[in-house]
Design a protein around this ligand. Structure first.
Ligand code: PRE
Length: 359
């Protein structure tokens, strides 16, 4: 230790000096954000501007010459801008709780940690919290790369007046957790049904003796495992830390590339950024060729479709709602032209919103 000190000290002195400069600059930046906040208050316009934040990220990432990496630049500025937002006006975000869920992780990835995070017991409650104004935005899972669509979210989007204002794609790495870090004395494994499904081959091969029990969320499973030594949970590392559990085995998901896409719901529309995506719901009459005719204007106007999902319309007549994601913003000319035609031909159309694609 003593040997390294003379070599470290001059470098640390330089870091101290740079930190002082950074502190002064960050406060200067925060002062400007406060001035922007006052203007927004005067015009009664929203504080959170995801499209501007995306431009800040992408501009700095293009300027960056390293050694900091692109993702590190994003992580640092995400926190800087979250702090600005919190100064302009404290900001509440609802997520599918309890604390320790992947939804909470997605929320922090989206908006930094300087938000008041409001855990909700169900996806319905996240929608309700935002609709009632208890939270400015909400974050809910919409699809998983292994298990497919989260149908509750799709159904709620159909009826809600909220729009989609953002998305986050999170790698989902499941861990088997217990109080001791071993399976001694453990008879049951608890997790959200989707997590159990995503780990079924691993469980069948390595822990077939464990009874599998689906619970409301992986964080609830972690809570149960913390209370009961005969219970193991499948959950994130964040949940392990939060509930004081040890990892029996990390990365037990059957697909190592397992990912979940979360969407951000809110009232505010996002301006175009040049890297947007638009989500909409369409329905057509149950007649031959109707789906083909529904999609034809999109192809003709050169709009590319990135996702196509159907949900039963619950009419009992084999009718469906189609959930479609398109590349581009609804204000872009090709999308606007295609929508004008769709509005004429579709039995139902609802534009859920345009937002910057996950970066
Ligand atoms: O540019 C703005 O509108 C700001 O309020 C500043 C700022 C920032 O810190 O850069 C903060 C919050 C917004 O979401 C976008 C950017």
């Amino acid at each position: 230790m003593d040997d390294e000190q003379p070599a470290l000290q001059p470098l640390r002195d330089r870091i101290d000096l740079i930190d002082e400069q950074l502190l002064a600059l960050l406060n200067q930046r925060a002062g400007l954000a406060l001035e922007i906040g006052a203007i927004k208050k005067h015009f009664k316009t929203p504080i959170f501007r995801p499209e501007r934040e995306l431009l800040v990220f992408t501009r700095l990432q293009a300027l960056n010459q390293g050694p900091l990496q692109t993702e590190q630049i994003a992580a640092i500025w995400r926190e800087i801008m979250a702090a600005s937002r919190a100064l302009e006006k404290p900001f509440t975000a609802a997520f599918l709780g309890p604390v320790g869920t992947y939804s909470e992780e997605a929320l922090h990835q989206y908006s930094g940690s300087a938000v008041e995070a409001l855990p909700c017991p169900s996806i319905d409650e996240v929608f309700r919290a935002v609709e009632a104004g208890a939270a400015k935005i909400g974050i809910v899972p919409i699809e998983n790369s292994t298990e497919g669509a989260v149908s509750r979210t799709l159904d709620l989007l159909l009826d809600s007046s909220l729009r989609l204002t953002g998305e986050v794609v999170l790698p989902i790495q499941h861990n088997l957790l217990t109080r001791t870090g071993t399976l001694a004395g453990v008879s049951r494994v608890c997790a959200h049904a989707q997590a159990l499904a995503q780990c079924q081959h691993w469980l069948a091969l390595h822990a077939p003796q464990l009874e599998r029990q689906a619970v409301a969320s992986n964080a609830v499973a972690a809570q149960l495992a913390a209370e009961d030594a005969s219970v193991a949970a499948i959950a994130s590392e964040r949940a392990a830390t939060r509930y004081n559990l040890a990892i029996v085995q990390a990365m037990i998901q059957d697909d190592p590339h397992n990912r979940t896409r979360f969407v951000v719901i809110g009232e505010q529309a996002c301006a175009p950024t040049g890297r947007d995506q638009t989500a909409l719901i369409l329905a057509v009459k149950n007649v031959a060729g109707a789906v083909f005719r529904m999609l034809e204007p999109l192809a003709r106007h050169g709009v590319s479709m990135t996702r196509f999902e159907s949900r039963p319309a619950k009419s009992g007549a084999w009718e469906y709602y189609f959930y479609i994601d398109l590349a581009g913003h609804y204000a872009d000319a090709p999308l606007a032209a295609a929508f004008a035609e769709l509005e004429q031909s579709a039995a139902f159309i609802k534009i859920l919103g345009s937002y910057p694609r996950a970066h």
